[in-house]
Design a protein around this ligand. Structure first.
Ligand SMILES: *Cc1c(COP(=O)(O)O)cnc(C)c1O
Length: 377
C-alpha cells in the first residue's frame, strides 16, 4: 500500500484481526493452554463441545467439525452420494472453493448467472436441473442470506440434494431461522477473516439428518467408524484440530454482537453514501445480512479504488474474475458474455473496509473520501 499524504496520515485497514484477539485475552490463551494440558490435539473434547454449541446456535441437529469450509462442502457432497458422472449446479459469482469442492468429488460443476444484485436466482438455478443433476449449491454471498424456500422445494421434487454454502454468512437469518437449515446440509468456513474465524484453517458442516451426520463423521476421519476398520471411502483426512475448536468456543458467544457491529457500520455507510451515484448492497429483511463484506458498485470502480488507496484506505474486489472466466476452469468451455450479471459485478464491485472493530470515525472518513471522488470528477 502507498503511504497516505503527510497532511492526512489516516490508514484504514480493510480487515484487522488484531484488536479482536486482544479483546479476548486471557480467555484465548487459557483455552489453548487447556488443550496442551489435555493433549487431545485432534477431534478432542473442545471439538465435541464446539460441535454441540454451533449446532444449537444454528438450530441444527448435528454439526461435524472439519479442517476447512472447502472440506465441509466436499464432505456434504460425498455424504449425499455425489461423484463422477453427476452434475452440481452453482452460481458464477462465488468464491472458487464452491466449485473446487465439486471438482474434488469428481462431479461436473454447472454454473448459472446470479440476479442483477448478485443473489441466487432460484428460478434460473432450478431451470438448469438436468437428469444428471445430483446437487445444487446456492451461496449466501457476502453474508446476505438467500431465500431458498422455492429452490429447496424444486430440488426436493427432483431428488436433488440442496447444499448451502454459508461460508460467509454465520448467524444470518431468513424468516427467523439461521442460514444453513433449509438444505440437507450447509458448510461454514472459519478462515480467520470470516465472521467467525479460527486461528488458522477450520470449518464445519451442519445437518438435520442422522445418516448424513454419521457418514460425514466417518468420511472426515479416514472412513473409520470402528478403529482401523475403514467403512467409507475414499479414506480422507479432513479432521478439525482441537486448538481451533477451543478458540472458536471462546468466540462463538460473541458472534451475534460482532454481526450487530457489522450491521451498525453498514448502516452508517448507507446513511453517508445514499445520495451518491453508487449502488449500495441490498439489505433484505432485518438480520438477513451479516455483512461479511460491504460491497458497493460503480462503473468507475478502478478509479474509485485508486482514489481511496491514495488516501490510505484499503479496499478489496470480490471477485475480479467470475468463475466461468477463470483459467483453471477453462475446460467448462465458457466465454465472456455468458453470464452478464456476474460479469458486470466482477467489473464494478468494490468492497469497503468492514470488520466489527472498525472505528466509526474510519467509516465516516471512508465515506467522505468516496463523496470527494464523485464530487471532483
Ligand atoms: C471461504 C469460503 C469457502 C471456503 O472456505 P475455506 O475455509 O477457506 O476452505 C467456500 N465458499 C465461500 C463462499 C467462501 O467464502
Amino acid at each position: 500500500m502507498k503511504s497516505a499524504p503527510a497532511a492526512n496520515p489516516t490508514k484504514v485497514r480493510f480487515v484487522d484481526l488484531v484488536e479482536q484477539a486482544r479483546s479476548l485475552e486471557p480467555q484465548l490463551t487459557d483455552a489453548v493452554s487447556a488443550v496442551f494440558g489435555r493433549g487431545d490435539y485432534i477431534l478432542g473434547e473442545s471439538v465435541k463441545l464446539f460441535e454441540e454449541e454451533f449446532a444449537a446456535y444454528c438450530g441444527a441437529a448435528f454439526a461435524i467439525g472439519v479442517d476447512s469450509g472447502f472440506s465441509a462442502l466436499e464432505l456434504a457432497l460425498r455424504a449425499a452420494g455425489v461423484g463422477p458422472g453427476d452434475q452440481v449446479i452453482t452460481q458464477a459469482n462465488t468464491f472458487i472453493a464452491t466449485v473446487g469442492a465439486v471438482i474434488a468429488v469428481g462431479a461436473e460443476p454447472v454454473l448459472v448467472d446470479c440476479d442483477e444484485t448478485g443473489a441466487v436466482e432460484s428460478e434460473r438455478m432450478a431451470a438448469a436441473f438436468s437428469s444428471r443433476t445430483r446437487a445444487a449449491i446456492p451461496v449466501h454471498l457476502f453474508g446476505r442470506a438467500a431465500n431458498l424456500a422455492d429452490l429447496a422445494a424444486a430440488a426436493q421434487a427432483r431428488g436433488i440434494a440442496l447444499i448451502e454454502d454459508a461460508c460467509q454468512a454465520h448467524g444470518a437469518r431468513v424468516d427467523g431461522a439461521r442460514v444453513g437449515t433449509t438444505g440437507i446440509a450447509a458448510a461454514f468456513s472459519f478462515y480467520p477473516a470470516k465472521n467467525l474465524g479460527a486461528a488458522g484453517d477450520a470449518g464445519i458442516m451442519i445437518t438435520d439428518s442422522a445418516k448424513i451426520d454419521e457418514t460425514t463423521r466417518s468420511l472426515r476421519n479416514i472412513g473409520q467408524r470402528v478403529r482401523y476398520m475403514h467403512m467409507d471411502g475414499p479414506p480422507l483426512n479432513r479432521r478439525m484440530d482441537t486448538i481451533q475448536a477451543a478458540v472458536l468456543r471462546v468466540k462463538l458467544p460473541k458472534l451475534d454482537g460482532w454481526n450487530s457491529a457489522r450491521q451498525e457500520r453498514a448502516g452508517l455507510y448507507r446513511s453517508l453514501l445514499v445520495d451518491l451515484p453508487l449502488r449500495l448492497p441490498e439489505s433484505g429483511a432485518p438480520g438477513s445480512h451479516v455483512y461479511h463484506l460491504f460491497v458497493v458498485e460503480t462503473p468507475r470502480r478502478d478509479d474509485l479504488q485508486k482514489h481511496l488507496r491514495e488516501h490510505g484506505i484499503e479496499t478489496g474486489i470480490h471477485y475480479p474474475i467470475p468463475l466461468h472466466l477463470q483459467p483453471c476452469l477453462a475446460e467448462m468451455g465458457h466465454s465472456a458474455g455468458d453470464f452478464p450479471h456476474a460479469e458486470r459485478l466482477a467489473a464494478e464491485s468494490l468492497s469497503l473496509p468492514m470488520y466489527p472493530e472498525l472505528p466509526l470515525e474510519q467509516v465516516e472518513y471512508v465515506a467522505a473520501k468516496v463523496r470527494e471522488f464523485f464530487a471532483r470528477s
